[in-house]
Design a protein around this ligand. Sequence first.
Ligand code: G16
Length: 541
Amino acid sequence: MSINLRTVYAFAREMYPKISTEYVQYGTAGFRGKAEFLDSVMFRMGVLATLRSRYRGGAVIGVMITASHNPEPDNGVKLVDPKGEMLDASWESIATDLVNVSDQDLEQHVAKIIKDNNIDITSSSHVFVGMDNRYHSPRLLKAVADGVIALKGNVREFGIVTTPMLHFFVVAANTKEAYGKPTEEAYYEKLISAFESLRNGQLENGNYKNNVVFDGANGVGARKMLQFIKRMNKSLNISVINQGIGPGKINDECGADYVKVQQRPPISMPIVEPFTRCVSVDGDADRVVYFFTNDKGEFQLLDGDRIATLVAGYLMDLVTRSEIDLRLGLVQTAYANGASTDYIVNELKFPVSCVPTGVKHLHHKALEYDIGVYFEANGHGTIVFSDHAKATIATAAETKASAKTLLLLIDLINETVGDAISDMLLVETILNHKGWDVKDWISTYNDLPNRQLKIKVQDRNVIETTNAERDCVKPEGLQAEINKVVSNYKRGRSFVRPSGTEDIVRVYAEAATREVDYQSVKQFTIILLTHFFLWFQDTEN
Ligand code: G16
C-alpha cells in the first residue's frame, strides 16, 4: 500500500481548512468547543486515530463525536485506546500539536509524527467512529472518516451511539469478541441478560419498588434507553422524560450535570409520589445521578459518591461471603463529599485514593486493584476487575451463590468506561437485592452541604493546582486566601481549578451542618468569589 501524505494536505486545504488560529488544547476528555470551529479538528483526529491504530499494531481505535455535558451548540471529540481507556496521556500533546499546526505545515508535521513514533505507514489500521445526536455531529463524523480515508485506514461508522457503547465496541473488537460482539444488539443483549438473571424474577423486594423515572437530557441516552425498554421483559418500569423529540435542547435545564450542579430536578419532571427514584444521565450517557423529592417536597440528590459507596459496600459483602481474597479499592476526586470519604474509610473500611478530575486518571488508578471502583461525584464511573479477580470469582462461583452473583455483575458492568445505563441497572440490582428504597440508601451517611460554581474568566489557565487539584499554586497567594476563609467554617473545604471541558474556572466549597452552615456555605462561596475576582484584576494589571 503506498500512501502519499500530500493527500492529507489536499483534504485539509479543500475540505477542512483551519479557520481559526486560536490555540486549542486537549482537555479533560479530548477537544471541546463551538461546533462551527471543529471541522479541521475532527479531520485531524481522524488522521491521528489512524496513526495511533498503526502504532498499536492495527488495533481498533475509537473516535466519539460528542460534547457530552456541554450545551447543544458545542461539540467535541473523545479518543478511545484499544483497551477502552481514554487516549494515552503521552499522545495528548501529539494531538494538541497536530490540531494547532497550520494547513501548510500539516503534511510535514504528519511525516514527523510517523518518524518520531516509528510508525509503519503501510500497515493496516482500524478506526470505529460514533456520534451523539447533536445536529452538527453527522457533519463532524464525516470529517473524522475523511481523516482516516486520507491515510487509507479502515473506518467503521456506528452512527448515533452513547460514548460507553463505542468503548464497548472497541474493546469487543480488540478482544476478538471475548468481551462481546461489536454491535449495538450484542451490547443490549449482554446487559439485559445479566440484569434479568440478577433479578431472577424478583421485581419487588422489601422497600424496593420496580419504578424509575429516567431523564435522558434530550440526548442519545434517551434514545438508547427506549431501545432497552423494548428489549426488556418488563423487568423494570422506566418512564423516559426529556427524550429529545420536542423543542428541548440537549442538557438544557436537564441531565446529570444540571441536576448535580443546580441541585434541582430537571425540566419536564412529572408529578410523582414522594421518594420515587429518578435518574438523570448526561448528553452522551456516560454519567448518571439519582434524585428524589421527599414528603416535604425537598429535592434530594444521590450523586456519584452515593453510587460509589453503595457499590463498594455491596461488592465487599459479596467478596467476604464468597470467602475469596481480593484487593478492593475506591478512587475519588477532590469533588467527593468529605462525608462520603469518611464513610468509606471508617465504616466500609475500604482503601480510598484521590486523583485529579478526569476519567482517564480514575480508570488508571482503579486498575491497580483486583476490584477497582471509581466514581466522580458528577456520576461518572465504573468498576474494573483484574484477570486474577475474574478467575478467582469464576472458581468460587462453582460452589458459592454470592460468587455467582459477582460473575453476573461483571457482565452487567461496562468495565470499559463509565456507562450511565449500565450503572443505573447496577444500582437497581443492588437496591433490589437489599430491599432498599431511596430513604434507606440516603440514610447511610449525611452529605456535607456543598456548592459548586462556574466562573467565566479571561484566561482559565492562570490557575494551576497540585495535590490532586486540592491546592492552588498559581496565582501565588490565592490558596492562602482560600485557607483563611475556610478556617472560619467547621469542616470547611474548598478548591478552585480550571475546567478542561469548558472555558471556565470551577469553584467547590463544603462545610459542616445543613441547618446552620447552609447559608454560610453560600456566603463563603461568595466571599471566595470576591477574592477570586480581586485576584484576577490584580493578575490582569
Ligand atoms: C468530562 C470527563 C469527566 C470530568 C468532566 C468535567 O466529562 O470525562 O471525567 O469530570 O468532563 O471536567 P472539567 O471539570 O475538567 O470540565 P463529560 O461527561 O463532559 O465527558
